[in-house]
Design a protein around this ligand. Structure first.
Ligand code: SAH
Ligand code: SF4
Ligand code: F3S
Length: 446
């Protein structure tokens, strides 16, 4: 039989990364081999439409695939959020595209690909939303990575006015808690010790038609007791949905890591209202205080949008002030970008691109300062690392260095004795130095 090689290009959020990982395992289980674009006969493009001009980004990827696979028979599948939005239009972007699968169509991709390989004259477009969370079989190997993601929901009901996600991922659908815990157990049995629960609005888990009566807090409590679980995280929560119990759990559940990514988006109440975020900046600051009381030393990070329609310099100053008061250890910040279909794209008073860009630079300079202060404050402390892999850059004269993560999610580099694969090990370190976005440590227990 012809060697069937696949290649996956992934854009976007951790949900897409998780979906691509699943797809790779399922294709491998069906006898495909993962390889480079230059040898692939099957290429999957898993797309995101949250910021960049979706058509442009995907079209340029499709053009590159055509160039690099010239002269060969290649089947291209476009899936994910852009596929959900553009559907059959994608067939017109490249003759190689024969499968378009939206966000609820991912589970059907392996079967659909086999069918299309057998029938070269066919093409398929799977963009229907399902009513429930679509369970899918998995093909986990004997060992998995030390740190794994587990989906707990699909979609979002919030309709923030700038955001395309409710349209590309559909209405919120919570996954049955039994299925979530079952997947966690399977990963833990194969060597995982850290699990990150994933969703577009995780702390609204259960608050939709397909919820099974389990609240987010209850799901966390159950996950935290699973044998073998050492670290539990979740992303992304919405500030308006953080309950008192969610806050308190940071002080109660041993495995729940002292780190929370909590997107605030803006600091001006006028802008927050127009974004339909449903909290004021004072509510957010109060929430951060309660989190710090429940879990002293908790590290907070966030997402921010600058140049939202109608944002004035005064509004922007409110964002700077909120960022400073919150002391974020990191933030992802972007200029507002129109998403056709999202409500804010119709708002009249757009901020000129240069002005938004200039604000973005000022915001990022402030974040850099806060981030550096946070990393510096860690020097001299001790913590436990979960080792991930050899450090990407090795110093020729020094002993081999490994990269791990501390409970706050910061990458830490540490020299470890040779002759052993440290992946998945827990190592005690003393922090000896800080770089801009990482730390240096010295092993104390090996
Ligand atoms: N569900 C998550 C993530 C949504 S998308 C949440 O609610 O936070 C990730 C980030 O992209 C958002 O937090 C937001 O900061 C940014 N984003 C979304 N739409 C955007 C747009 N139209 N322009 C610029 N940034 C956007
Ligand atoms: Fe988008 Fe808002 Fe939903 Fe996040 S909560 S996915 S920003 S609509
Ligand atoms: Fe992008 Fe879709 Fe995720 S738009 S951020 S891939 S939910």
């Amino acid at each position: 039989m012809q060697d069937r090689v696949f290649h996956i290009l992934t854009f976007g959020c951790q949900m897409n990364v998780n979906d691509s990982g699943w797809l790779a395992r399922m294709l491998a289980a069906r006898g495909f081999r993962e390889g480079g674009l230059e040898e692939a006969s099957l290429v999957v493009v898993n797309t995101c439409s949250v910021r960049e001009k979706p058509e442009l980004k995907v079209k340029s990827a499709l053009g590159r695939i055509r160039q690099e696979t010239a002269g060969r028979e290649v089947l291209v599948c476009v899936c994910g959020c852009v596929a959900q939005q553009l559907g059959e239009k994608l067939f017109g972007c490249s003759p190689q595209v024969r499968l378009v699968a939206g966000t609820d169509g991912i589970a059907s991709i392996p079967g659909a690909l086999e069918e299309l390989l057998d029938h070269p004259e066919r093409r398929l477009c799977l963009t229907d939303f399902t009513v429930r969370y679509e369970e899918r079989p998995d093909a986990l190997g004997a060992r998995v990575a030390p740190s794994c993601f587990v989906n707990i929901m699909q979609g979002c009901d919030n309709f923030c006015t700038y955001c395309i996600v409710p349209y590309t991922r559909g209405r919120q659908k919570s996954r049955a808690h039994g299925a979530v815990l079952e997947e966690c157990r399977a990963l833990l049995a194969r060597g995982a010790s850290e699990i990150t629960l994933l969703g577009q609005n995780v702390n609204a888990y259960g608050k939709d038609k397909t919820g099974d009566g389990t609240s987010f807090a209850s799901l966390l409590r159950q996950a935290a007791t699973l044998p073998g679980l050492r670290r539990l995280r979740y992303v992304t929560p919405h500030p308006k949905d953080m309950t008192e119990e969610d806050v308190a759990l940071f002080g109660e559940l041993g495995p729940l890591c002292p780190r929370l990514h909590l997107p605030v988006q803006a600091g001006s109440d006028r802008v927050l209202k127009r974004m339909n975020r449903r909290y004021a900046s004072a509510d957010f600051l109060d929430l951060t205080e309660r989190l710090r009381r429940a879990c002293p030393g908790i590290a907070l990070s966030t997402d921010l949008i600058v140049g939202f329609p109608g944002e004035t310099e005064e509004d922007f100053q409110a964002t700077l002030s909120l960022v400073r008061q919150s002391g974020f250890m990191a933030s992802y910040s972007f200029c507002y970008s129109d998403r056709p279909g999202a409500r804010a794209s119709l708002f009249p008073d757009k901020v000129p691109a240069e002005e938004a860009q200039e604000r973005l630079l000022r915001l990022q300079a402030l974040q850099e300062e806060l981030g550096e202060a946070w990393y510096r404050s860690r020097v001299g402390g001790s913590c436990e690392l979960l080792m991930e892999r050899p450090s990407p850059r090795q110093d020729q004269d020094a002993p081999p260095s490994w990269q791990g993560r501390d409970p706050w999610g910061a990458p830490v580099h540490v020299a470890l004795p040779e002759g052993r694969d440290w992946t998945g090990a827990f190592v005690e370190v003393r922090i000896t130095g800080a770089k801009k976005h990482s730390l240096l440590g010295e092993a104390t227990g090996v």
